[in-house]
Design a protein around this ligand. Sequence first.
Ligand code: ADP
Length: 590
Amino acid sequence: MADLLRGLQAAIVAAFVLLALAALIDWIRHRNTRRGYLALALGSLAVLILMAPTLGQAGALNQLATDVAVVVFLLSGYALLMFRDSFIPLGAATRRTVTIAFLAVAALAIVARLPADPQQRQGPLQSIALFAVLIVWGLCIIEPIFRMWLASNQRPAVESARLRALSLGYAALLAVVGVGTLDGAATRPPYFELATDLVALAIVPLLYVSFSPPSWLRWVWRQPEEDAARSALHDLLLYSPDRATLAHRALGWATRIVGGEGAVIVDSDGSILAAQDLTLDQAEKVAAGATAASSKGGVRASSPPATRLVIPLNLQQGAGAMIILSGPFTPMFGDDEMLRLRQYAGSITAGLDRVSLNQRLATLEKAKTEFLNVASHELRGPMTVIKGYLTMLDAGSLGDLSSQSKSVLPLLIAKSDEVNWMIEQMVEAARLEEGRLALHKLSADVVELTDLAIEGVSQLLSKHEVSVDKPNRAIQAEVDPDRIQIVVKNLLSNAAKYSPAGARIRVRVSGNGVAQVAVSDEGIGIAEEDQARLFTRFVRIQTKATERVSGTGLGLWLSREIARMHDGDLTVESTPGRGSTFTLQLPLNG
Ligand code: ADP
């Protein structure tokens, strides 16, 4: 047992020395005051433990060594309190009082010539001095223990775990020192001593992980939050309709990661894109780098001063930034969260850029629809007048025309029909895009509708040989008759446009299971790779053969949409150079 205890004692000394060295290296790497205080707090504990065996031995230097040990002991508590003060300032008066108390008690201990062993018989002054030393040290330790534990509440996982580890480590240290002071080593049963030594040894990893947690431990701490964060980011990037919403969601999520108390996203033009837990005024101050936000004009009057974390966002249109007012502990204890935030800033930037691109596209689309709407309506009136007068001229109602003039009239009428047909497609396309295309369905005969459509575009088909293959009976379907005629007319006019004059156009109507209208031509055909694109709005296949054919690129898109609104479909089969067949399918009645 004695060997075990000796071994443990050696392990404790080694562990505390290593801990102090790690804190020292951490401070050298970062060079800031708060890490300096932590290194001082842990370093003085290590010095104390190293000095322990030399204390209480007879000799001239004995008292001097004891006095030094008392001062170092007090320093370990004072440094911890100053470490806490670097996050949440104590206030000038309190700091002064603590420093004076620390110096006064150190002086008192030296004057009283405290013995090395607290259990040794003492005079009244020594008792008072010992009591004062323990009280001052204890208070310097207890306050930060509670303060850090409280601060760990509602913080992000890793930050919270690190604060708790520090708090627990010091609580255990307090317990070990308390036991050691109240109860002399000689009177302790060996198992009790074993237990205290084990606790003392456990303090070291606890304190170590608080300022330098290994990555596997961070990973373990982070797990409960990870899934939620991943799905939040996923939703954020996929389902945000506009930049402001995306920015707002990104802030909510970012502040959760680092436990922020308020946040702002500044756009590339310097304007506030979104603010969280801040008024617009406060947000502007934060964005402008005003310190006001972190002091008087701050977020919550009672909260400790916040730290501004600035994460740059390299947006396509220029540099923006995400600024988070975090709790004071974040820069030191939340470096893990900050790293993640920086990593995700890339995703947020990409998300914002994607939304702005979408917004620009949507604006363009809207402009296109508006143009379609306006243009088609403006053209409709004049074209009705032109077509009306041409028909009157053709019928001779406006007097006789020379034979030369009369000969061009059929061409003029055919061309005005072509334009009217394009206008009709544009009007319908604009309606469809604006969600105004409502079907007026009734039970109609698809055979009759096909005949009407052929008649409606007879001028356009005049140079082709049209054959119609249809059953002798009606094929009843629940359809919007006008819209179905638009589809068939479109297929017929395309068959005429994209096949040479004189070629055959076959129309087949059937009603076996479904109503079908197939329009075949012997024209230029469509390459396999182009067939899928045909039904997209404004898409026209550009080839030598089509360059002189006029059109809008709206017809097939509109036709397929109409077919699908009827729970039907429009499909194509085509061989380049040989011809195409477009088939409209519609469900039958009942
Ligand atoms: P457009 O007004 O250009 O005819 P559509 O949407 O009706 O618009 O057709 C889209 C494109 O599909 C046309 O530009 C043409 O390249 C091709 N296309 C449509 N019908 C045929 C056909 N019967 N034969 C060959 N190509 C066709």
